[in-house]
Design a protein around this ligand. Sequence first.
Ligand code: PLP
Length: 299
Amino acid sequence: RLEHPLLGYSVPQQALRETLVKHLAERYGWQIDAQDLVFLPGVEPGVNMALHALVSPASAVLVQTPNYSPLLHAPANWKLPRIDLPFHANSQGEYPTDIAALERALPDHGALLLSNPHNPLGIRHTPIASLSPEIAARSVTLMSASKAWNIAGLKTAFAVVQNAELRQRFNAGRLGLVDSVNALGLEATEVAYREGGPWLAQVVTYLQDNRDYLAEAINTRFPGITMHLPQSTYLAWLDCSGLGLKNPQQFFLEHAKVALSDGLEFGDDCGQFVRLNFGCPRPMLKEGLARMERSLRDA
Ligand SMILES: Cc1ncc(COP(=O)(O)O)c(C=O)c1O
């Protein structure tokens, strides 16, 4: 693309729209029209646009916790009350959605935020709008190639809004603050979904091996830490409560020089958790774990 000397404003082309329509049909059996797509400079602006444009004042927003911090904080941006739906690990160490709690909360809500794959728990869902036309008519689905193909810095995402009236209101929520998408991001998104499948399949296999290596290491070498196997993502949610540390994230940063994400970013009661990103070469993962192990031994 950079061999083309013009970098003026770019418009999403029909070929990109058709690539995405085909991807959603093949991947999820989800039939959408090219016009249902709205292009945005990120998923996060889309979440905020949807809450602002589509949720009535004072209606509550249901959010599963723990969760990615900009999603936790998005309702407060628009002075909307948040209702938390906590995940609890079951005896197999899985995090099932608490359907009974969801059913209790649903009658009073203005919106339900679902994250797929869930960050930080790595739970894989089906896009809810693909399940039925009735659900599609009430849904805004935000997606991007950012994380799978590591192009988040190109700031390109898209929304699928199949209800034309909802789409018009959602788009009006740009308010001159959410701009159009950059030329390279549009190009990269199209190429990723059109040609990047085989590359992604290889990466996923590598990440699965990293995940299994990590889980084995945690189970055999870190008696005070527990982890469940994420179904998706390259993130591991580590429960460090058995270590007896005041602040596990700070401990590993200071004593092992390993920077994990602090569980508190994802929920007020998650101070004993850290999030480890294993989307890295295996030698780096091994080195990080060896340092963490040494730091605990020397403590
Ligand atoms: C669940 C979730 N939503 C949204 C985002 C942000 O996406 P974007 O950079 O497209 O705004 C992230 C980034 O980590 C995320 O994990």
